[in-house]
Write a protein that binds this ligand. Structure first.
Ligand SMILES: [Zn+2]
Ligand SMILES: [Zn+2]
Length: 366
């Protein structure tokens, strides 16, 4: 199959013919139809996450089931699927604690750049690492069966791909982890692929004040399109005072941090009211720490919540989101920017790095 392979951090991905082994027990071979280019791919490709090479990136994807390995019951060949990039085993401590995205089996596999059994299906005699058990910058992928979430005919693959990462991450951060209530206030730091989905979810949930915060003033217009009621430049020296002026002098009920910048995490904490929730979504570089004033923390009764994949149970939340999409409650098509072939993947990474908002989708011919 044709795939985009990362052989050196910071270098372009190379388009190569890569051998793909068959699906083994509880694995599924999926023909990729659409895959988004997400900032997590970019961080990995630029060497910020410490992955092992060579590697095929891509984790925000949808496609059609081609073959199933032994013991697979949830999908069959021909099924259209969204891929969850956190396929859980169903048997470990965290699976039993109802934290499927913290699955130990998945975590070990993703950390090793492998599938659940610790081995790769990519590259034949010269194995190539998987990315998050998905590796969708390729014509096909072998994934654990629980990565496959069936979808109906009326969801376009490009939209389904988006729901596979950015939408669920932003939506879930607000709905599951901030657990926002109608009438509340929220700040979203970082108006990117995840941030716009956090803003949109807050608007859908009936938030009264939605403050978008970004270092790029050009993001104000797009933030408003998705439902932001106010925009503040993250670099403003009076950021905290500006937020307080919009929130009865208290600070927001919830802040959702989507940039991965430690300074923004500290800002998110500072602009949240006492007993409010600070939801950290952005992935910081290896070794980074963020600071909060320790003396005030106990008395603030603030909650700081780590949010991965929107705190979702992927098969439940992805279906909820797609149901909202079908009913026109969650317009997702507008998030899609350019549609490109796999050969242009390096251009897509450059656009993402330059701050282009709309999601680039790599599409494959049927
Ligand atoms: Zn992603
Ligand atoms: Zn598990």
């Amino acid at each position: 199959m044709k795939a985009a392979v990362l052989r050196q951090f910071g270098a372009d991905l190379s388009i190569e013919d890569v051998p793909l082994a068959n699906a083994r027990d509880r694995e599924v071979l999926v023909r990729i139809m659409a895959t988004g280019v997400c900032s997590s791919d970019l961080s990995t490709i630029r060497g910020k996450t410490g992955s092992e090479l060579p590697l095929i990136p891509g984790h925000e994807a949808a496609g059609i089931v081609e073959r199933v390995g032994a013991g697979v019951s949830r999908v069959k060949p021909g099924d259209r699927v969204v891929l969850s990039w956190a396929p859980n085993c169903g048997h470990c401590f965290y699976c039993h604690q109802s934290h499927p995205t913290l699955c130990d089996t998945y975590g070990a596999a993703a950390g090793a750049g492998a599938l659940w059994d610790g081995t790769s299906r990519l590259g034949g005699a010269q194995p190539i690492h998987h990315y998050s058990c998905i590796s969708s910058f390729a014509e096909q992928a072998v994934v654990p069966e629980t990565a496959c979430i069936p979808i109906t005919e009326d969801v376009p693959f490009a939209v389904a791909a988006l729901v596979g990462c950015a939408v669920t991450t932003g939506f879930g951060a607000v709905i599951n982890d901030a657990a926002i209530k109608a009438g509340q206030s929220i700040a979203v730091l970082g108006v990117g692929g995840v941030g716009v989905n956090a803003i949109q979810a807050a608007a859908l949930a009936g938030a009264e004040t939605i403050i978008a915060i970004d270092i790029n003033a050009d993001k104000a217009a797009v933030a408003t399109t998705y439902g932001a009621t106010h925009f503040i430049n993250a670099a403003a020296p009076d950021l905290i005072e500006q937020v307080q002026a919009l929130t009865h002098g208290r600070g927001v009920d919830h802040a959702v941090e989507c940039t991965g910048r430690p300074v923004a995490m500290s800002s998110a904490y500072a602009i949240t009211r006492s007993a409010g929730s600070v939801v950290i979504v952005g992935i910081a570089p290896v070794g980074a720490q963020f600071a909060i004033p320790a003396i005030g923390f106990p008395g603030s009764r603030k909650r700081i919540v780590g949010s991965i994949y929107g705190g979702s149970v992927p098969e439940q939340d992805i279906n909820t989101i797609l149901s909202l999409y079908r009913r026109g409650r969650l317009p997702l098509d507008a998030q899609i920017g350019r549609r490109i072939p796999l050969e242009q993947v390096n251009d897509a990474l450059a656009w993402l790095e330059a701050g282009v908002m709309a999601r680039t989708i790599i599409e494959f011919a049927a």
